[in-house]
Design a protein around this ligand. Structure first.
Ligand SMILES: Cc1ncc(COP(=O)(O)O)c(C=O)c1O
Length: 494
C-alpha cells in the first residue's frame, strides 16, 4: 500500500497534491456573476494557486498539524522551557466580550473593570512572592530580566552610584538569558562558579563583593533544578556590600506556596507566567514576565502603574523616577486573564502545584537514575539534569541520539545540551500536569532506548525512523529556514 499521504511518513511530493480540474470553491455562475472590471484590470492568466478540493486542503493541513508535537498530543518535558498543559477554560474566559472586544486605545474610564483584574493579579503575585509591588508589563521572562535590571540601574543612579557599581555576579548555573540582560543594561557580568554540590555558597559569593557590585543575579532553583539553600545569607552579604539581589523566578513553579523570595532578601524577581501559571508558551510569545520589587525599588517600575481610586481603577503616568515603558499598552492582556484564572482556581492551595511538579520530577529522577547518570548528587526540585558521559563512552550513543529516538515513541525530547556546565545534558521537566501513567511511559521509552544503545547503537544513532521529517541539519534549519511552499513548475497542469 502506498503511504504517500500517511500521517507520519513524508515523501518528497507530499506538497504536490494538486490535480487538474480540482477546485476548492463554488461561485455562483450565470448572468451577472462575472464582475464588471475594466479589461486592463483583469488577469490574463489564471493565478498559480494549488488545484485541490476543499477536503484535500483540509486533510493536507490536518496531516501537517500531526507532524508537529504539542502538549495536547503528549508529554513535552522540556527542562527550563516548561511546557505544561494549558486549561481550555482559560481560553474560553479570554474570549468573553469584555476582554476580546477591548481596544488598546480605550480610555481608563471605559476599562476600569479590566484594570481591576490586572490590579488583582498584581496583588496576588505580591502575596505569593512577598514583594511590595509588581509590574505586569514585560512580555516575556527575558524582558522581565531586562526590566528588573533597568530598575536596579535607575535606583543606583538615584543613589549616585551608577558609574561605580557596574558588576553583576551571575553564577554558572544561571539561565542563558541572565548575562545577556546584564549586558543590555550596561552592566558587566561576572561569572561565579558553583561547587560540586551545584549551588552557591556564601564564601563563593563573598570573595566577589566590593563597592563595584551592582547586584547578584541568581536563578533559583538554578538550571540544575537545585535550590539555592544559602541564598538568605548570601543576600545579607550582598546587601552589606551595597548591592541588590535579583532572582530569576522563572522556575517559581518549584517554590510557589513554599518560599516567598522577598522574605529571604530578594529585591527584584521576574515571574514567567507561561512557566508557572499555565499560560501558553507558543511560538515564543506573546507571554508575560511580570517583575516584583521591594518598596525601595517601586518608584522605578515602568509606567503606567495601575492605581485604585475609590471604586475605580486608572493608569498613573506621573512617576518621575520610572524607567518608562517596556511594552506597548498594558502588556499581553489575554495572558493575564489566564494566569489570574489559574491562581483563583487553586486559591489558597497553590502549593499543590509546586508539590506535584516536584514530586513528578523526583519520580522521574529516581526511576532513571540507574540508567542515566546524574552529575550532581544534591536533591533536585522541579527538574532533573542527566549526563550522557558514561553512555557515550560505552556505546557511542549521545544525548542527541536519545532525543531523536524518543520521537519514535511519540514523546517530545527534553531540553538537550543545557545547562552548559553539564556535558551532554539531558534536562527533564515533567511539570505538575503529567499523570503517573505518562511519566511511566516516558521512563519505559528512555529505558528501552538505552537498552538499544547497548544492543544495537546504530538504530538509535539513525533515529528518528517514523517521523514526517527525519534528522535535520539543525543549524541550516535555524539559519536558513524554508517556510514557504513554492509550486513545482507543472503543478497546475497535472
Ligand atoms: C530560568 C529561566 N529564566 C529565564 C527564561 C527566559 O524566559 P522567556 O523565554 O520567557 O524569555 C527562561 C525560559 O524559559 C528560564 O527557564
Amino acid at each position: 500500500m502506498e503511504l504517500r499521504r500517511g500521517i507520519l511518513r513524508r515523501e518528497p511530493d507530499i506538497f504536490e497534491i494538486g490535480r487538474k480540474g480540482h477546485v476548492g470553491y463554488s461561485l455562483p455562475g450565470g448572468e451577472g456573476a462575472e464582475p464588471s472590471l475594466p479589461e486592463h484590470l483583469k488577469r490574463s492568466e489564471p493565478p498559480r494557486l494549488p488545484t485541490v478540493t476543499e477536503v484535500e486542503a483540509v486533510r493536507h493541513y490536518t496531516r501537517l498539524s500531526h507532524w508537529n508535537h504539542s502538549v495536547e498530543l503528549g508529554m513535552y518535558p522540556l527542562g527550563s522551557c516548561t511546557m505544561k498543559y494549558n486549561p481550555k477554560l482559560h481560553d474560553t474566559l479570554t474570549r468573553m466580550p469584555a476582554f476580546s472586544r477591548m481596544h488598546p486605545m480605550m480610555d481608563d474610564a471605559s476599562i476600569t473593570e479590566q484594570l481591576e483584574l490586572l490590579k488583582n493579579l498584581e496583588d496576588a503575585l505580591c502575596a505569593i512572592s512577598g514583594f511590595d509591588a509588581v509590574t505586569l508589563q514585560p512580555p516575556a521572562g527575558a524582558a522581565g530580566e531586562f526590566t528588573g535590571l533597568a530598575v536596579i540601574k535607575a535606583a543606583l543612579k538615584k543613589r549616585g552610584e551608577a558609574d561605580q557599581r557596574i558588576r553583576v555576579l551571575v553564577p554558572d548555573t544561571a539561565h542563558g538569558t541572565n548575562p545577556a540582560s546584564v549586558v543590555l543594561n550596561g552592566f558587566k557580568p561576572v561569572s561565579v562558579q558553583t561547587g560540586p554540590e551545584g549551588y552557591l555558597t556564601v564564601d563563593m559569593v563573598r570573595e566577589h563583593l566590593d563597592d563595584t557590585i551592582a547586584a547578584l543575579m541568581v536563578t533559583n532553583p538554578n538550571t540544575l533544578g537545585i535550590y539555592e539553600r544559602e541564598l538568605k545569607e548570601i543576600a545579607e552579604e550582598v546587601h552589606k556590600a551595597g548591592g541588590y539581589v535579583y532572582m530569576d523566578g522563572a522556575n517559581f513553579n518549584a517554590l510557589m506556596g513554599k518560599v516567598r523570595p522577598a522574605d529571604i532578601g530578594v529585591d527584584v524577581m521576574h515571574f514567567n507566567l507561561h512557566k508557572t501559571f499555565s499560560t501558553p508558551h507558543g511560538g515564543g510569545g506573546p507571554g508575560a514576565g511580570p517583575v516584583g520589587v521591594t518598596s525601595e525599588l517601586e518608584p522605578y517600575l515602568p509606567v503606567p502603574r495601575i492605581v485604585q481610586d475609590g471604586d475605580d481603577y486608572r493608569l498613573d503616568w506621573n512617576r518621575e523616577d520610572s524607567i518608562g515603558k517596556v511594552h506597548a499598552f498594558l502588556g499581553n492582556f489575554d495572558v493575564f486573564v489566564r494566569a489570574y484564572a489559574y491562581i483563583l482556581e487553586y486559591g489558597h492551595h497553590l502549593e499543590t502545584v509546586t508539590e506535584r511538579a516536584v514530586l513528578n520530577a523526583r519520580y522521574l529522577r529516581a526511576r532513571l537514575e540507574d540508567v542515566l547518570e546524574i552529575p550532581y548528587d544534591t536533591d533536585t526540585l522541579h527538574e532533573a539534569v542527566f549526563t550522557d558521559k558514561t553512555l557515550k563512552k560505552e556505546t557511542g550513543v549521545t544525548t542527541m541520539d536519545i532525543a531523536k529516538r524518543l520521537l519514535d515513541h511519540g514523546v517530545h525530547p527534553p531540553t538537550v545540551y543545557f545547562p552548559l556546565i553539564v556535558p551532554g545534558a539531558f534536562m527533564v521537566e515533567p511539570t505538575e500536569t503529567e499523570s503517573k501513567a505518562d511519566l511511566d511511559y516516558f521512563v519505559d521509552a528512555v529505558k528501552s532506548i538505552i537498552q538499544e544503545a547497548h544492543e544495537n547503537p546504530e538504530l538509535v544513532k539513525s533515529a528518528p525512523h517514523t517521523t514526517g521529517i527525519r534528522r535535520l541539519d539543525e543549524t541550516r534549519a535555524a539559519r536558513k529556514p524554508v517556510l514557504r511552499w513554492t509550486p513545482a513548475p507543472d503543478s497546475n497542469s497535472q
